[in-house]
Write a new protein. Structure first.
Length: 332
C-alpha cells in the first residue's frame, strides 16, 4: 500500500489564485492486481505548472478535485510488459506524488533521449509547450523564410521556443517580455528585436520601431490590450495564431474591446485559435525535430525549477505572475 500526496482544488479561483485555494491531502493507493486494468504504479519526478491550468480548472473541475496537470513519472511497479520498472513516462496524472494507470494515456520518453538531457524537458521544450510552438508556427502561422514574426510572453515556455524556431525558419523575430532580464535572455536566444512591454511609453510605437514594415505572423500568448494593438501592426494577409490569453485568465470581470473587425477586414487577416492536441497524430514528428535542434544547440532552454511537492501552489502562482524564465517545473 502506497500513500500518495495530492493537491486538491479547495475553492474555485476568484481573480488571482491564492495558496488558500488549495489543500494538501494524503490518499492510500490500492495494491496492483493481476489481470486488472490498473497495471502500473508511478512515482512523479517532475511536475509541470502551466497557464492553461487556470482557465481549465474553472471549466473542467469541481471543488475537491485533484488539480489537473502533467508530470514526468517513473514506473515503480508494473504488470504491463510495455512499461518496465524504471521506465520514465509523461502522463496527465494531476498534482500527485504517486498514481496508478492502465498505461493507455502514458507516453514513453523518446527512445533516443540522451542521458545528458534533463528529463524535465519532456514537460517543456521537448514536450507540450515545444510542440505548441512547432505546430502553431508551421500549421497556423504558416511562416515562410524572410517573414517577420512577433511573439509576446516571449521568455516563457512556449514563446521562447517560438522565437528560436522562427529563426531556424529564416525569419526576423520580434519578442516582448515583462522584465529587462527577460529581454536580455531573448537577445541571448537570438531574437532580432526585444523590448520590455511594461516600461515602453507606447506599445504601438515600440512595435512599429521594432518592425516599421509590420508583421507577417503574430504568435499570441497574451490576448487583451496587447493583441488589440498588435493586430493594427499586421501586414496585409497576415496570420495570427491565438495560443493563449494569459492577460485575461485572472479577471473577475471580463475585459471589453476594442474590437478587431476593422483591421481584420481591411488587412484581410487570418486569425485562428488552436490547441496543440489537434496534431496528436504527428506528436513524434514534432518531438524528434525539437530533440534534434536541442541536441544541436540550435534551440536553447531555461527551466525555473521549484524544489518540493509542497511548493506546487507557490510555483503555479509565481508562473501566472510571470516570475519564471522559460519553463516552470516542480521537482518532487
Amino acid at each position: 500500500m502506497v500513500t500518495a500526496k495530492v493537491w486538491v482544488l479547495k475553492k474555485h479561483f476568484d481573480g488571482f489564485p491564492k495558496t488558500s485555494d488549495f489543500d494538501l491531502k494524503k490518499i492510500e493507493l490500492p495494491n496492483l492486481k493481476d489481470g486488472g486494468e490498473q497495471k502500473l504504479l508511478l512515482e512523479s519526478v517532475f511536475l509541470s505548472v502551466d497557464p492553461y491550468m487556470r482557465p481549465y480548472s474553472q471549466r473542467d473541475m469541481k471543488e475537491g478535485d485533484i488539480m489537473i496537470g502533467t508530470q514526468v513519472a517513473r514506473v515503480v511497479e508494473s504488470k504491463n510488459p510495455a512499461f518496465k520498472v524504471g521506465t520514465f513516462v509523461v502522463g496527465a496524472g494531476g498534482w500527485r506524488t504517486h498514481f496508478i494507470s492502465d498505461g493507455k494515456e502514458l507516453q514513453l520518453l523518446p527512445s533516443n533521449w540522451p542521458e545528458s538531457l534533463p528529463k524535465s524537458l519532456a514537460l517543456g521544450t521537448v514536450g507540450m509547450p515545444g510542440l505548441t510552438a512547432y505546430f502553431g508556427l508551421l500549421e497556423v502561422c504558416k511562416m515562410k523564410p524572410g517573414e517577420t514574426v512577433l511573439v509576446n510572453a516571449a521568455a516563457g515556455a512556449v514563446g521562447s521556443v517560438v522565437g528560436q524556431l522562427a529563426k531556424i525558419g529564416g525569419c526576423k523575430v520580434v519578442g516582448c517580455a515583462g522584465s529587462d532580464d527577460k529581454v536580455a535572455y531573448l537577445k541571448k536566444l537570438g531574437f532580432d528585436e526585444a523590448f520590455n512591454y511594461k516600461t515602453v511609453k507606447s506599445l504601438d510605437e515600440a512595435l512599429h520601431k521594432a518592425s516599421p514594415d509590420g508583421y507577417d505572423c503574430f504568435f499570441d500568448n497574451v490576448g487583451g490590450e496587447f493583441a488589440s494593438v498588435a493586430i493594427n501592426q499586421m501586414k496585409k494577409y497576415g496570420r495570427i495564431a491565438v495560443c493563449g490569453a494569459i492577460s485575461q485568465y485572472n479577471d473577475s470581470v471580463p475585459q471589453k474591446g476594442p474590437y478587431v473587425h476593422m483591421p481584420m477586414i481591411f488587412k484581410e487577416l487570418h486569425m485562428e485559435g488552436f490547441i496543440v492536441y489537434r496534431w496528436n497524430s504527428r506528436r513524434e514528428e514534432g518531438l524528434q525535430a525539437l530533440l534534434k535542434w536541442v541536441m544541436e544547440g540550435k534551440v536553447k532552454y531555461h527551466e525555473q525549477v521549484t524544489e518540493g511537492f509542497e511548493n506546487m501552489p507557490m510555483a503555479f502562482i509565481g508562473m501566472l505572475k510571470g516570475e519564471n524564465l522559460g519553463k516552470a517545473v516542480v521537482k518532487v
